[in-house]
Write a protein that binds this ligand. Structure first.
Ligand SMILES: Nc1ncnc2c1ncn2[C@@H]1O[C@H](COP(=O)(O)OP(=O)(O)OP(=O)(O)O)[C@@H](O)[C@H]1O
Ligand SMILES: [Mg+2]
Length: 285
């Protein structure tokens, strides 16, 4: 393995995080070993590093979550700064190591492709069943991100999926001193009135794209939206719900609307959750 010193240090670590720190030495990029169908949609953004000579270096933890941990990874060709990119690696825990278990409400009406895996997933006592379930959430999030990205929604570009690990476009920026700065969650921001109104309109648009694909986010809140400068990016999409097939679909969309409108109202923008719901729901048909 060649020597490689990452060009960047992570700046914004999750305060109080108890997850492991920076990982082992760089490993070879996992890109070449990931099957074509498990890579993100084409045309691929120019920044995606596909060189077999690239190395993946773990720079730290972005956030430990209830069901997954998100790490900052640099994928770079040594000595070639033009081929270096930061990625967010979202790693699902197997269900035994989660602090949160999603209700079956989300998957009602969803069809699994492989009935063998479905039977395994239903077996709450088998290790295989637990790992199949972890993979299913990762698979679901990757497929959703691909569809949304292709439909033009503001979501992180999904670079690849490898088992329970998703590699995503890092939402944030690199500061002048070279440090990586993750975009804040919407909940942490206090935008001026004009930007606040613009952000609401961006979210309406994003919810409309989801609805036209027949989906509601299902866990939309100011914690699952990142503020990348003036642009909002919607994240955390393993649980999208089918508005037509899922009997709870409309209720979950309504809850998304209430969560979002409550935050915008608390920041001073007059918005109405029922109006937003009506407007978004109508686009599902
Ligand atoms: N692509 C990304 N770029 C930058 N930061 C990200 C990205 N994806 C996730 N994060 C950070 O990691 C956090 C957790 O991600 P996400 O919400 O997808 O996972 P989660 O397991 O549902 O976490 P939680 O339980 O906190 O909701 C986000 O709030 C955000 O701060
Ligand atoms: Mg989240």
């Amino acid at each position: 393995m060649p020597q490689h010193t990452p060009s960047r240090q992570i700046l914004t670590l999750d305060a109080g995080s108890d997850a492991v720190g920076p990982g082992p030495d760089p490993r070879w990029s996992t890109w070449p070993s990931v099957a074509k169908g498990l890579r993100g949609p084409e045309p691929r953004p120019a920044w995606v590093v596909t060189a077999a000579a690239a190395l993946d270096t773990e720079l730290g933890v972005l956030k430990t979550g209830k069901e997954a941990d998100v790490f900052l990874v640099e994928r770079a060709v040594p000595d070639d700064p033009s081929r270096s990119v930061l990625l967010a690696a979202k790693r699902y825990r197997d269900t035994e190591h989660r602090q949160f278990h999603r209700a079956d409400t989300y998957t009602a009406g969803r069809r699994e492709r492989r009935s063998r895996d479905q039977r395994a997933a239903a077996d709450r006592h088998s290790a295989w069943g637990r790992s199949v379930r972890a993979t299913q959430w990762a698979d679901a999030e990757f497929a959703t991100l691909c569809a949304l990205w292709e439909a033009g929604a503001a979501v992180p570009y999904p670079v690849q999926i490898d088992g329970t690990e998703l590699l995503l476009e890092f939402v944030g920026h690199v500061a002048d001193d070279g440090a990586a700065v993750a975009a804040p969650r919407l909940a942490q921001t206090r935008p001026a009135p004009e930007l606040l109104a613009d952000w609401f309109s961006q979210l309406r648009t994003a919810m409309g794209v989801l609805a036209r694909l027949g989906w509601a986010h299902g866990d939309l809140s100011p914690y699952n939206v990142l503020a990348d400068g003036e642009r909002l990016v919607v994240i955390d999409l393993p649980q999208v719900v089918d508005l037509v097939a899922n009997p709870f679909g409309a209720d979950l969309l309504h809850r998304d609307c209430r969560n979002i409108c409550a935050w915008f109202s608390s920041r001073g923008l007059e918005v109405d959750a029922d109006e937003l719901f009506a407007e978004v729901f109508a686009q599902a048909w």
